[in-house]
Design a protein around this ligand. Structure first.
Ligand SMILES: Cc1ncc(COP(=O)(O)O)c(C=O)c1O
Length: 450
């Protein structure tokens, strides 16, 4: 990654440079915010009130002409960049040909081609099948349906700090109450939570953390009752928690032993984000099922469940599907996004981003004692903040640093059960110059607030 070469062949017409041309947010965004307040349900929050007019590569341009550096990728979605040229061309061609038939009524090739790609790209060389859906939560719901159908069992094991979505079943699977679950129960039953490996907080090896989780499952759920273990290989909303080495392989082995389906929720980690095509590959874990969404289609809403043919084929004919799942426009986008991942070797680019960002984040950690840990892999990186004296989670400081970045035109996101994790998810095509500038802004934000 050189300082001058842009990462992508001119991804879009949006200049790849930060620009703050009005006080932020500008007047046009403020006017839209007022309209939003009168029209949009308040439950749909807005983190950074810059209404976007266009976007490309590593830049979001708002309606006032401000250009923001994107360290969020719309929550790990636009890995190939916003409006990536091949995605745009494929969508335009497909939308002009036909927009929808419903694959379950009259099928089309692109759905089959996406399933073939998912079968080929996900870990393991066993016989696989895939099914397509609209959102990550829907993919997780379907993975549970498939696992229950295959095993004839009910119980689903999830982990502390997990995030799997906002539908009724996935709210039950998600750990954090506020804002995801508060007031929205009762939730689906037969969901059991086991302790996650969280090295900063538990100090356990992966094997010991797995033993602890397995003991909870054995004693509180009963091994014979478990249909599925569902785990994020690196947790997303829960705080970019990277389990200690050995945790995931031990859980996968345990699932095999007890006849449960091991589901890797790769919705946030998938499609090159962590420096491998899928995060499970890091420890050569081969899940029975993989759920995908987010980075799959360059920003169009598509999700998938992929896995062992005998597991995937357990539900009866007609048992899986939905009106829009695997819509032809989203499938065309996904095929183009995957071609782009290959052409630009985006897994390697994620590793290059890590090589640039981690040393800078470690320098910050050395300078600002509130940073307790720098963690993550590839272009899925985070810092966890705590009060240096009490080691209490520093959610207020995390919010303040993030807000300061927003004011300087850098999109950063927070996460974590305790709200004290700042996470970085730049598009994998972000030019090096923007990466460096974003890190400078982050440093300034810590200097101003920490
Ligand atoms: C690991 C994981 N699973 C599931 C979901 C839910 O995906 P969606 O928001 O597309 O429903 C998310 C979203 O953040 C996620 O990170």
């Amino acid at each position: 990654m050189t300082a001058t070469t842009p990462a992508v062949p001119a991804a879009s017409t949006v200049p790849q440079e930060r620009r703050l041309s009005t006080p932020f947010p500008g007047p046009a965004s403020r006017a839209l915010l007022a309209r939003r307040d009168g029209a949009v349900a308040r439950g749909v929050g807005v983190m950074l009130p810059a209404f976007v007019a266009r976007a490309g590569g590593g830049v979001l341009e708002d309606v006032d002409g401000n250009r923001l550096i994107d360290f969020g990728s719309g929550i790990a979605v636009t890995s190939v960049g916003n409006a990536a040229p091949e995605v745009v061309a494929a969508v335009q061609e497909q939308v002009a040909a036909f927009t929808h038939t419903c694959f379950m009524i009259t099928p089309y090739e692109a759905y089959v081609a996406v399933c073939e790609e998912l079968n080929r790209r996900t870990p393991g060389d066993h016989e696989k099948r895939s099914a397509l859906f609209n959102s990550g939560a829907e993919a997780v719901e379907n993975a549970v349906k498939i696992a229950r159908s295959h095993t004839g069992r009910d119980s689903v094991v999830v982990f502390d700090h997990a995030y799997h979505g906002r539908t009724n079943l996935t709210m039950a699977m998600t750990a954090k109450n506020m804002p995801y679950k508060h007031g929205f129960g009762p939730f689906a039953g037969e969901i059991y939570r086991a302790p996650m490996s969280y090295p900063l907080h538990d100090g356990l090896s992966g094997e010991d953390a797995a033993r602890r989780a397995i003991s909870v499952i054995d004693k509180q759920v009963g091994a014979d009752e478990v249909a599925a273990l569902v785990v994020e290989p690196i947790q997303g909303e829960g705080g970019f928690v990277v389990p200690a080495p050995g945790f995931l392989p031990a859980l996968a082995a345990y699932a095999r032993e007890i006849g449960a389906v091991f589901v890797a929720d790769e919705i946030q980690t998938g499609f090159c984000r962590t420096g491998d095509v899928f995060a499970c590959e890091h420890e050569t874990v081969v899940p029975d099922l993989v759920t995908t969404a987010k980075g799959i289609a360059g920003g169009l809403p598509l999700a998938g469940v992929t896995g062992r043919a005998e597991v995937m084929d357990a539900p009866h004919v007609g048992g899986l599907g939905g009106t829009y799942g695997g819509n032809p426009v989203t499938c065309a986008a996904a095929l183009a996004a995957m071609r782009t991942m290959d052409a630009l070797d985006l897994a390697a680019r994620a590793r290059e981003i890590e090589a640039v960002m981690v040393p800078r984040l470690r320098e910050l950690a050395a300078r600002f004692p509130a940073i307790r840990e720098v963690r993550g892999r590839g272009a899925m990186l985070a810092v966890e903040l705590a009060d240096p004296a009490t080691v209490e989670p520093a959610a207020g400081l995390t919010g303040a640093v993030s807000k300061h970045c927003h004011g300087e035109g850098l999109v950063t996101l927070t996460c974590g059960t305790y709200g004290n994790v700042l996470r970085f998810l730049p598009p994998l095509v972000i030019p090096r110059t923007l990466l460096d500038e974003g890190l400078d802004i982050l440093e300034g934000a810590f200097a101003a607030t920490a």
